[in-house]
Design a protein. Structure first.
Lengths: 286, 283
């Protein structure tokens, strides 16, 4: 890392509050554009969702909300199959949360607290999953799921979604448990706790917020997944599978209503775990 | 670590190993097997049917084109976002939250959000009409306008999936000690030089994982495309879906899956090689 002579100039003015005002203006303008870039499509799909049939075909459109009401959304939810799909999505996402935490957290704990032969192979297996198009690998499961009675059930869908969420659960919980000093546990052992009791009474309470973030992340992964959910369900579709199916035949305002319902929980959840987001990815991208 | 090797860690990882074995490794092998299996034993018939299909070359071209356009823009945009946010003193958390919202948004929902903007009587056309550029609703997403449809898909993909790159890069930036940049500043390095000579090299591991993740996901692109253009813009994962669900031909669908997997693994191998980091270069 050498800095060539031509690039050596007098020291740059210090950053921070004394940033030259022209650069500050540029910074704020750029940032405002980027924030608008993220928010504007969400705003428009919300207008589409609550504007109903008339709103969709109004021409030319005003960017301000006019004639919005809850009625179009309620109409959408009353369509046969929509409510059922919503419930299926919730069941699938809920099972994904339970499965990925139940399977991932013990493994994360093992990686954090023990050194054992084979742990690198295990870590490799977990990381390897990310080089594969996992959802697409669900194709042959159609047949085995039919045989096992799991085809066309939200639980079957959640099994695939757990494959997507499990690597994150393992890596995030590993970093989580590494952040809790093992001395706490050892102290509990001294006072007569078994290993399991020590985990339950000392480690778990400290790990709870991070585990909640892991759970939310698993929920979002399952809630959003389209491909596997679409090929593994026929009647008991999840919301994404249902929307994909009706995409070509449903009127626009129903599609926007569906899109809005899909977006809503994600926005709230990202808000809830924003503190952990960077920890999650900082670890998971190692 | 004082803990002796015992049975406990193995018992703890066993459930997840069994699970990944049953639902990752087995389907992986099954997909490959299924793609070769035909009535006359193991042949290349499924692959011949795949490559002989009208949509095949289009799907390959479209998927590669999308990936080649979208992924570099996302990395550049994410770097710009990360740099801007790091300059903020106030409102940093709020800005970061808003910029990472798309991380939680499904590709299907992203496609629908952009459909609201770009449909015939949508907001883009309304804006163009107000500016006097068009005289009535114009279609952008039909078969007759392949390039504007492509542009729409690119926009929606950039909108949706830049957040993932941003988060990985910010997580990586946090690992770089501030002292490096400060030292360079004392020696008079301009911001651009500091960025090129210090930040970028030290960010290489994060860039690598961001690129691998984004590229693998880009080759799986599917729902965004369907939401915006229906069948008008064939992509590889979409063809796999069609062969599986509508044509009920699992063999050809599996052949598509194996093709996507092969491309993903090849891309991963390229990134691992090109962006190789030696341990002593890590921050």
């Amino acid at each position: 890392m050498t800095v060539s002579a031509s690039e050596l100039r007098e020291p740059a003015p210090s950053r921070g509050l004394t940033l030259p005002s022209a650069r500050r203006l540029l910074l704020w303008t750029g940032l405002a554009v980027l924030l608008a870039w993220v928010l504007v499509p969400i705003y428009f799909v919300a207008l589409g969702a609550f504007g109903g049939r008339l709103g969709v075909f109004r021409w030319p459109k005003s960017i301000w909300p006019t004639d919005l009401s809850l009625a179009p959304m309620l109409q959408f939810l009353a369509i046969e199959g929509v409510f059922n799909a919503l419930i299926n999505s919730l069941i699938a996402a809920g099972s994904t949360v339970l499965l990925s935490v139940a399977l991932g957290a013990p493994a994360g704990y093992a990686l954090a607290r023990y050194t054992f032969p084979g742990q690198n192979v295990y870590r490799l297996l977990v990381l390897l999953t990310r080089a594969f198009p996992l959802a697409i690998l669900a194709l042959p499961l159609t047949v085995s799921f039919i045989r096992m009675g799991l085809y066309d059930t939200p639980f079957g869908v959640s099994l695939i979604h757990t494959v997507l969420a499990l690597p994150f659960a393992v890596l995030v919980t590993q970093s989580l448990f590494m952040g809790i000093p093992r001395e706490y546990e050892e102290a509990a052992w001294v006072f007569g706790c078994t290993r399991f009791q020590a985990f339950l009474k000392v480690v778990l309470p400290l790990a709870l917020p991070g585990l909640a973030a892991t759970a939310i992340f698993a929920f979002v992964i399952s809630w959003n997944e389209v491909f596997a959910a679409s090929i593994l369900t026929v009647r008991e579709r999840t919301l994404t599978a249902y929307l994909l199916k009706i995409l070509s035949e449903s009127p626009l305002h129903y599609r926007f209503a569906g899109g809005f319902i899909l977006i809503l929980p994600s926005v709230l959840f990202i808000f809830a775990i924003r503190k952990y987001l960077f920890a999650v990815w900082g670890i998971a991208s190692k | 670590m004082p803990a002796r090797t015992s049975w406990i860690p193995y018992a703890l990882i066993a459930p997840s190993v069994a699970f990944l074995g049953a639902l990752f490794l087995v389907p992986l092998v099954q997909t490959i097997w299924l793609s070769f299996a035909t009535a006359d034993g193991l042949t290349l018939a499924n692959y011949e049917r795949m490559t002989g299909d009208l949509n095949f070359s289009l799907a390959v071209r479209n998927t590669f084109l999308l990936t080649l356009v979208v992924v570099p823009i996302q990395v550049a945009l994410a770097l710009a976002m990360a740099t801007m946010v790091s300059k903020l003193e106030k409102g940093r958390d709020l800005a970061l939250w808003i910029l990472t919202i798309p991380l939680g948004i499904s590709d299907l929902a992203a496609g629908l959000a952009w459909l609201a903007l770009l449909q015939n009587t949508g907001y883009l056309n309304s804006a163009l009409y107000a500016l006097g550029l068009i005289s009535g609703p114009v279609g952008w997403l039909s078969q007759e306008t392949p390039w504007s449809l492509f542009a729409a898909i690119v926009l929606a993909e950039i909108w949706r999936a830049t957040a993932i790159v941003l988060v990985i890069l910010i997580a990586g930036l946090q690992l770089i000690p501030k002292e490096f940049a400060e030292a360079a500043e004392i020696f008079g390095a301009k911001p651009w030089t500091r960025f090129r000579k210090i930040t970028l090299p030290l960010l290489k591991p994060s860039l690598q994982s961001a690129l691998i993740l984004r590229t693998v996901l880009a080759f799986e692109v599917f729902a965004v495309v369907y939401a915006l253009g229906g069948r008008n813009f064939p992509v590889l994962a979409g063809e796999a879906y069609t062969w599986q669900n509508e044509n009920q031909n699992y063999g050809v669908a599996a052949a598509y899956a194996v093709l996507i997997m092969g491309i993903s693994l090849a891309a991963t191998a390229v990134y691992l090689r090109v962006l190789k980091t030696r341990p002593e270069q890590l921050p």
